[in-house]
Design a protein around this ligand. Structure first.
Ligand code: PLP
Length: 391
């Protein structure tokens, strides 16, 4: 599917849109039906047979997402995990997946605790080091990346990743949850698949769980559709509606998320209680130059290490207002979490630490509130942690 030469702000509002054929309704009706009438056996009246297989509300979301990512096809799933799972279902026992070593903890758990049992093999590497793509094992079937990664905001060079994968005949999948298609379009770099947790920025309001799997090549559509339909990973019409409703404001929300996160990252970087800030928009970030090349802006997620480690992180949480302590991210409200104790607790501590994820790392999902209020809340929580000056 070609996408019109419009700016992202226009595209998110119009992508995949068409009025309802039956009524002219401007917004897609929520087709809450499990099945559809047939005029004779195997002769569905309007081509729709069963909602796991076809649902107009889900199709409306899929069309919008496909257009935004520049994909040939999109499949809306019950969750981000269901999208990743659906892609892996198309592989076969023995296939090798090379994946980033800084991934959402649930993805790591799906790979190592479920998919390995069914014969897939995984190797975890630091994909922010472009040299790893020169040494990909010949048998690599899929390269699986998050950029920016969760939670360390590491950046993978998409051009280098695709070139390395092509050399060994592997396909590439990018989890584009943190960036969203308004900041980064991996398929434009030759990536084969994009997955999303639409629970996050695309839904945008922390009121719905969902995911999406998209492919660049039309030839992949039938196989992905077969697995999506057969495994029943399809999104519900109601959730698809909510996700599409959120999607229409994605560009304006991302603008504020990015502006707030950039300003807070710069401010945190000079704060005496903070040891290190992980935000790809900072010049000090090792992936800054690559991020500048492949992203329009740097996103609303940031993480930081406190000088006092885990103990300081717990004290910081006690003093923090405004930011809610919760898992998830990408909603309009600001959230805070400690990955080692929450979103990434399913990864054994030794593996987490080896990947550079410190026990006291604090992750912020910076919302769209007034930046001054967010900064004041952070300052109040950080002030008691400032080490006493040596005289
Ligand atoms: N990918 C990333 C980067 C995530 O952060 C998450 C969830 O936090 C997921 C995938 C999984 O998505 P879901 O919770 O919608 O299943």
């Amino acid at each position: 599917m070609s996408h019109p030469p419009q700016r992202p702000a226009t595209r998110v509002v119009h992508a995949g849109w068409r009025p309802d054929e039956a009524t002219g309704a401007l917004m897609p009706p929520i087709y809450l039906t499990s099945t559809y009438v047939q005029d004779g056996p195997g002769r569905p009246r309007h081509g729709y047979e069963y909602s796991r297989t076809q649902n107009p509300t889900r199709f409306a979301l899929q069309d919008a997402l496909a257009e935004l990512e520049g994909a040939a096809c999109a499949f809306a799933t019950t969750s981000g995990m269901a999208a990743i799972h659906t892609l892996l279902l198309t592989l076969k026992p023995g296939d090798l997946i090379v994946a980033g070593n800084d991934l959402y903890g649930g993805t790591w758990r799906l790979f190592t605790r479920i998919q390995e049992r069914f014969g897939l093999r995984f190797r975890f590497v630091d994909t922010s080091e472009a040299s790893v793509f020169e040494e990909l094992p010949e048998e690599t079937r899929l390269l699986y990346l998050e950029t920016p990664s969760n939670p360390l905001l590491r950046i993978t060079d998409l051009k280098a990743a695709v070139a390395g994968a092509r050399r060994v005949g592997a396909e590439v999948c990018v989890d584009n949850t943190f960036a969203t298609p308004v900041l980064q379009r991996p398929l434009d770099f030759g990536v084969d698949y994009v997955v999303h947790s639409t629970t996050k920025y695309i839904g945008g309001h922390s009121d719905v769980v969902g995911g999406a799997l998209l492919a660049r090549d039309e030839a992949r559509q039938e196989d992905l559709w077969f697995h999506h339909n057969s495994a029943g990973t399809c999104d519900s019409p109601f959730d698809a509606f909510l996700t599409l409703r959120g999607l229409r404001t994605l560009d304006v929300r991302m603008e504020r998320h990015c502006a707030n996160a950039s300003a807070l990252a710069a401010w945190l970087e000079q704060h005496p209680a903070v040891e290190r800030v992980h935000y790809p928009g900072l010049e000090s970030h090792p992936g800054h130059a690559v991020a500048k090349r492949q992203m329009r802006a740097f996103g609303g997620m940031l993480a930081f290490d406190l000088a006092g480690g885990e103990e300081a992180a717990r004290r910081f949480l006690d003093g923090l207002g405004l930011f809610q302590l919760a898992e998830s991210l990408g909603g309009v409200e600001s959230l805070v979490e400690i990955p080692s104790l929450m979103t990434h607790a399913s990864i054994p501590p030794e593996e987490r630490r080896a990947a550079g994820l410190a026990d006291g790392l604090v992750r912020l999902s910076v919302g769209i509130e007034a930046r001054e209020d967010l900064q004041a809340a952070l300052e109040a929580a950080l002030a008691p942690l400032v080490p006493a000056r040596k005289s």
